[in-house]
Write a protein of this length. Structure first.
Length: 342
């Protein structure tokens, strides 16, 4: 009966995708300094940045929320320093400088430039009488090792007073962990799927597989966090990051983001990982802000860029900026940039 209904109404499962155009052409790719000793049978990971004044865009299958342009696109224009921001100027003695480091959440994938949280935070600080500029140094796909590799350059060139480090729990995983997990899941899917010409069964199988894959991903991350080798690597790199920032004379704090596309069904897993990370940040004496609860007050899907893209949308970025601003205000005694606010 279900098969007849599915065929009459042509109900099939389609895996919609986000199209990235000119992305690879916009990259500056170099050998990664922290993976030079990885086994030779593996392809060595690369460290990538965006080329100065480069341009790329993402295109979605539709414009369900009316946020994208008429072609269902979001455009990304890099400045002459290779970042998605306005031009960076010389440092002023009367204006505090903040750099925001992170991955696609900081970069603002799927969101217009003016709605990304570093820029929104800058506006909030200005309106409150705090003379501050916030530089968006986010790069899609970067994890802690990538960000650490570029940190000396950032500290030397931009000479920040404060570093906001956006952290997503998969930042512990390196290039190989992600790609090896993808290969493993692709092999498991072949074993899971029943090869029959049925609209109904195919639809059900894909839906179930999506749930299995989500839970398997979070379980693999939990396994990594419980792996002494990976955990020690994270501790060491975080300590080195903190030391570099302190030596530069800047302050820093970490903002913990959740993944919005899996926040409901994996809340317990997120809490376990965030608790372990929070304990680490406390031991390292790095202030941190976990904004997960602020997002849980909303329907997670209402904070997605698109139904097939769980990146934070403009509302989520606004929430993040507000939480960061309130955190800075509440801890003004810890951050020197807040002492100059009118």
């Amino acid at each position: 009966m279900f098969e007849i209904i599915f065929r009459i109404f042509n109900i099939t499962y389609h895996e919609e995708t986000v199209l990235s155009v000119n992305w690879r052409e916009s990259l500056l790719v170099t050998t990664h300094p922290f993976y030079a000793d990885y086994p030779s049978d593996k392809k060595r990971p690369k460290l990538f940045r965006y080329a100065p004044n480069s341009f790329w865009y993402t295109q979605y299958p539709d414009n369900e929320n009316g946020y994208f342009d008429e072609n269902f696109q979001i455009h990304y224009q890099m400045n002459s320093s290779g970042y998605r921001d306005s031009e960076f100027g010389p440092k002023s003695e009367t204006t505090a400088r903040i750099i925001s480091i992170g991955d696609s959440f900081t970069f603002g994938e799927g969101v217009k430039s003016e709605h990304v949280f570093p820029g929104v935070l800058e506006s909030k600080l200005f309106k409150s009488g705090c003379k501050s500029e916030v530089y968006n140094l986010g790069i899609n796909g970067h994890d802690l090792k990538d960000e650490y590799a570029l940190l000396p350059l950032h500290l030397n060139i931009y000479q920040p007073d404060l570093v906001i480090w956006q952290f997503l729990f998969n930042d512990i995983s390196n290039y190989y962990l992600y790609h090896e997990w993808q290969e493993m899941m692709a092999e498991k899917k072949v074993d899971f799927m029943i090869s029959v010409p049925s609209f109904f069964l195919y639809y059900i199988q894909e839906r179930i597989w999506k749930i299995i894959k989500s839970k398997a991903y979070y379980q693999s991350l939990l396994d990594v966090y419980n792996d002494p080798e990976y955990w020690m690597d994270l501790e060491n790199n975080l300590h080195k990051v903190h030391e570099l920032v302190k030596q530069s004379g800047a302050e820093m704090f970490i903002v913990l983001f959740p993944t919005l596309d899996m926040i409901d069904e994996n809340t317990n897993r997120i809490e376990l990982i965030h608790k372990k990370l929070g304990d680490l940040f406390t031991r390292e004496d790095i202030p941190f802000l976990d904004i997960t609860s602020s997002f849980q007050e909303n329907n997670p899907e209402s904070l997605w860029v698109h139904r097939i893209d769980g990146h934070p949308n403009e509302t989520a970025h606004s929430i993040a900026a507000e939480e960061i601003f309130k955190y800075l205000e509440a801890n003004s005694d810890k951050f020197s940039i807040m002492k100059n606010c009118e």
